[in-house]
Design a binder for this molecule. Structure first.
Ligand code: CA
Length: 333
């Protein structure tokens, strides 16, 4: 009797293992739980942690006194009340730069839902409350995630982005060195550490590996040249040869979902581009950005998109503003 009992259990375990391996798909909480609370605040990070993603994202910019803070932009006015608090501290272009403020000054601001240049909330149905949220440092985010991992027994990783390194350099700041200093202080500049570093700037990715000796896992983010995100020529990168060159420096790529969900005569197609297939064949991880329930690509449902990313294209993960629906989808498969 014992033998008969053991056999089905062993088979069940094997089936569970195979199914788990097929669905090795990492969920990256984009700007924390940004679908529910103002992006990149410690509240958004702790809420994201409770939703149990594989990674939580931090975008990194630097203050005038050299502190790394977690903010998506080098500008402040679309997510804080800086224009009210410091009305005269904008540059000639009318914009308020995190780099022109000390950490103490940034801490005096409140962070709100992202707004457009007219002050209108970008995602109209997101957070509507009146909570007071604050700017926090990279170290505060990092230590919070580490502490929560320790107290809960989870192993949620970090997924940190070096923002606008060329711009920071023009301003006399080496942001990559500052990021590596924090990583090394926490023993995170290691290929085995539970963290990825991402950057849109290919020259900076090369510099991180070659000149600065970074050992941490790196992800090359892919933009469009028209966005003027960095000096990188993305048309040259989005080729079979470009993907092959990337394998010398990075573990994976972060393409835009618009690169992935292509359209023919207004209809989404389910075929990947040659360069995306080349990336997969070269063994690069594919972590596209950004799955948003409230801003899906046209003509495709959330479930269809998840089905394509997980099952058909077999991507390795996705950045998402809403972790729970992606988790539910994975658990249902
Ligand atoms: Ca980012």
């Amino acid at each position: 009797m014992l033998k008969i009992d053991i056999k089905p259990i062993a088979l069940l375990s094997l089936a569970a293992l195979v199914s788990f391996q097929c669905l090795a798909f990492d969920i990256i909480a984009h700007r924390g739980a940004s679908g529910y609370l103002p992006e990149h605040t410690l509240a958004a990070t702790t809420m994201a942690f409770a939703q149990q993603p594989d990674y939580i994202e931090q975008d990194l910019v630097i203050t005038s006194d050299g502190e790394l803070v977690v903010l998506h932009d080098i500008h402040l006015e679309t997510v804080t009340n800086v224009a009210t608090m410091f009305p005269d501290r904008h540059r000639e272009d009318g914009r308020f730069y995190a780099l022109d403020f000390t950490l103490a000054e940034l801490r005096s601001l409140t962070v709100h839902e992202r707004t457009d240049s007219q002050g209108k909330q970008v995602y109209a149905n997101r957070y509507q409350g009146e909570g007071q949220f604050k700017v926090a440092t990279f170290t505060e985010h990092l230590s919070t995630i580490r502490s929560l991992n320790a107290t809960t027994g989870e192993s949620v990783g970090l997924y940190s982005e070096i923002k606008s390194p060329a711009w920071h350099r023009e301003q006399g700041i080496d942001i990559s060195k500052a990021v590596l200093k924090v990583l090394r202080a926490h023993n995170l500049d290691d290929a085995a550490a539970n963290i990825y570093i991402q950057c849109f700037d290919f020259e900076e990715i090369k510099r991180l590996r070659q000149e600065l000796g970074a050992r941490v896992k790196l992800i090359q983010l892919i933009a469009e040249n028209s966005w003027n995100e960095t000096p990188t020529n993305y048309d040259a990168l989005k080729t079979v040869a470009g993907m092959q060159e990337l394998t010398q420096y990075v573990q994976g790529i972060g393409p835009w979902l618009g690169h992935v969900t292509r359209y023919e005569q207004g209809q989404p197609t389910t075929e990947l581009t040659d360069w995306m297939m080349a990336a997969q064949q070269a063994g690069l991880l594919i972590h596209p950005y950004t799955f948003r329930l409230d801003a899906l690509p046209p003509g495709i449902s959330a479930e269809q998109l998840l089905m394509l990313m997980v099952k058909k294209w077999q991507f390795d993960g996705v950045f998402t503003d809403q972790v729970p629906p992606v988790k539910r989808f994975l658990q249902s498969q």
